[in-house]
Write a protein that binds this ligand. Sequence first.
Ligand code: HEM
Length: 456
Amino acid sequence: IRRWVSVPPELSHIPQVPILPLLHSYLSGEVEEQRVKRVILPFAQKSRSNVVLLFCFGEWMVHVLDAKDGKRFMEDRAVRKQAVPETMLLWRLTGRQNVFTAEGEMWRRHAKIVHDALHRTTPIEQFASLARSMFEMLGTGGRIRWNDYTHRFTLDAVGTTVIGHDFKALLKPDGPFVQKYHEVMKAISSPPYIFIPSLERWLPRTKVRALVDDLVEDFRLLLAQKRDDQGNDMITYMFEDPEMTETEFRDNVIVTFMGGHDTTAGALSTLVYLLGAYPEVQTRAREEVLRIMGKEEPRMEHYAKMPYLNAVIRESMRYKNPSNVTIPRVASIPLQIGSYVVPPLTPIVLNMCAILHSSNLWSDPEKFEPGRFLKTSKVEEGSWVPFGLGPRQCPARTFSLYEQRVLISMLLRKYRWTVPTDSIHHGYIKNAFSPFALSLPYDVYIDFTRLTNSTE
Ligand code: HEM
């Protein structure tokens, strides 16, 4: 083990996060955000370094904890995404010919279509219609497990607007497709297999592999149907590209399906929890929504006039950032990052969680304070990185922000809500383990009450 985890001499000049607390954190299934706050950030602060070395996925990686240094390396043309480990079932599911994992010419081709498609329209009416379906289920209110609703809402949002297929997750949460997806995600998320990908070679999980292949086949069938039933969605735009192969279509459907709903679901779970936990913030946001939007259907221009609602969403995504780290990058040449030279082919990660919680960049970072986004400094503005940085940052930033704005503004018009006194999240919002290092709060019970003068 000592040889396996010993630091290669060419990296020994970079401060190393102590290995034992890290291994303990991985093996105990600690979520990424806790590891960053409990182990990585305190170590970085003690060693006064924004660049640290840590052992992860069976190798040593450099983590960048500063937005300025991060931007510089993410924009460097010599930097590319590290090839994903072939054995990992997660990548068997997504495939590797998609906008998320591809590089070079293939990435440019896929990225162009994805960007064009996501910027052609912002589907505010579809988000509003899904919000109404959700309200039908919420009825007059009561205690509900909100994180289930957010997953169903975002799954239908990405299904109808990006993939062009209605999974009907809001109406039928126990539908066979949704069930199978959750089963697969649960099976492939086993922490030992995530942190030591080669385990899959030593102790292969044939049943899980078959389950993954079965789901991939379902996506392939869904695409075949889509060819005969085209619409106003990203996959239909992809059909316009004569160079796109069947495998590329399939891999892009899967990756946008996965990247497109868990992330925003986590963000919406946190946002509603925080508004419930801070009633004064909820009241102020509701007043703004009623003043600007009144009884009207949500429109883009409404949100341009809601600085407080936008500040609440930005602070919620900072305080509990939905995505914690980027996937590792490598460069073909030595890179200067901060005061260190990083040798070629060393995996480098932008640690967004650390950047969003660094006391060097934010005043009182562990305080939920939406007001900070009404008057951000230049450093804070540049350090708001929940969607990543550089050319590979999230192409669906605007899509996701409107999805959150529409649902939350309509929810504020229709309901008031509180967090039950026995919530497990009091004091600290707890995330489920995620193989993508996402922040996915679980068991977020919320007590909703329909407003008597509701305008919906
Ligand atoms: C709160 C919501 C979201 C967050 C926080 C988020 C975050 C991110 C981050 C941090 C990256 C960069 C990853 C890296 O550099 O390794 C990324 C990339 C990506 N995201 Fe999102 N995302 C969100 C929503 C979405 C949605 C709704 C979609 C699709 C509809 C989507 C599709 C993608 C794709 C395709 C990429 C890969 C881009 C590329 O490599 O060129 N994301 N996202």
